[in-house]
Design a binder for this molecule. Structure first.
Ligand code: HEC
Length: 98
């Protein structure tokens, strides 16, 4: 019995710590579309179909200022609160969208 409780507590904690790409993408939908099919504000490239590595490079680049076009300040604000693990998770999620 004790073991079961400990195990379920542990899995609860892991779920909290693991970054959830779908959850992280929710705030991106208004600009990029539910399936990443839109050009955000008519300015961004359509990111649907990008592979994970390309997305990670862009998002980390917005964060550290090494990537982006005229409207990069918008994206810097979006990804500023995201950890590297969050960026990996949301990129994995986007790369699977169709
Ligand atoms: C307020 C609208 C808005 C929101 C919300 C937003 N973006 Fe963007 N995104 C943009 C714009 C505008 C650009 C183009 C910026 C530039 O000039 O580089 C962009 C660019 C990008 C790019 C690179 C595409 C390119 O054109 O090079 C990626 C990847 C991206 N966004 C992912 C995300 C993710 C992931 C989120 C959610 C965490 C998000 N965006 C939230 C507006 C938004």
């Amino acid at each position: 019995m004790k073991k079961i409780i400990v195990a379920s507590l542990l899995s609860g904690v892991t779920a909290l710590l693991a970054a959830d790409g779908a959850e992280l993408y929710k705030k991106c939908v208004s600009c990029h579309g539910a399936n990443a099919e839109k050009s955000a504000l008519g300015k961004s490239q359509v990111i649907q179909g990008w592979d994970k590595a390309k997305l990670v490079t862009a998002l980390k680049g917005y964060k550290d200022g090494s990537y982006g076009g005229q409207m990069k300040a918008i994206m810097k604000g979006q990804v500023a609160p995201y950890s590297d693990a969050d960026i990996e998770a949301v990129s994995g999620y986007i790369s699977a969208l169709k």
